[in-house]
Design a protein around this ligand. Sequence first.
Ligand code: SF4
Length: 193
Amino acid sequence: MSGLDIPWRLHAVVPRSAANGPGVRYVVWSQGCALGCPGCFNPETHPVSGAGLERTVGDVAGEALAGAAHLEGVTLTGGEPLEQPAPVAAFCAELRARSGLSVIVLTGFSRAEIEADPARSAAVADADVVIAGRYNARLRLAQGLRGSSNKEYWMRTGRYTADDLAAVPELEITIAGDASVTFTGMHAPGGEF
Ligand code: SF4
């Protein structure tokens, strides 16, 4: 099976967002998380089976790359992206090979947990920034893409600084042509990661 054929269970995709990292970004919420942080604001993303939408890596990558001219990068969040490390690795490798899009990964795993696991390490190999660690409701922050202050910025390239991440808007409200309203960002309903 080619990397592009790998199935990927997703909760949602937003093709353009300005509140999930620097610049305008394509955002992927994965489906499934077993980490169980008390106070998690995204419980609907936890079930692994019978929920979400299954797509292939190639399908999602093709959609992101089609909009690349208007994008700064891609953000992967969840749910827990690194509970599906194979599609994340294949997706990020495809973006790296075919575009200059940056990659930010928000995960509940700590940097040490990622580095101790070859599959998770491979999944973040092409990421510019990993924001790592369990959400801790007692340390709620909801700024700079960190749901709580214990979460660590792991800068894997020099593309962004902590100031770049701190400047990310905390809430984005999108009103579509059919009058449906979407909230994203750290202060959105379900935005605490
Ligand atoms: S905060 Fe993130 S890592 Fe923690 S339970 Fe919720 S989705 Fe999982």
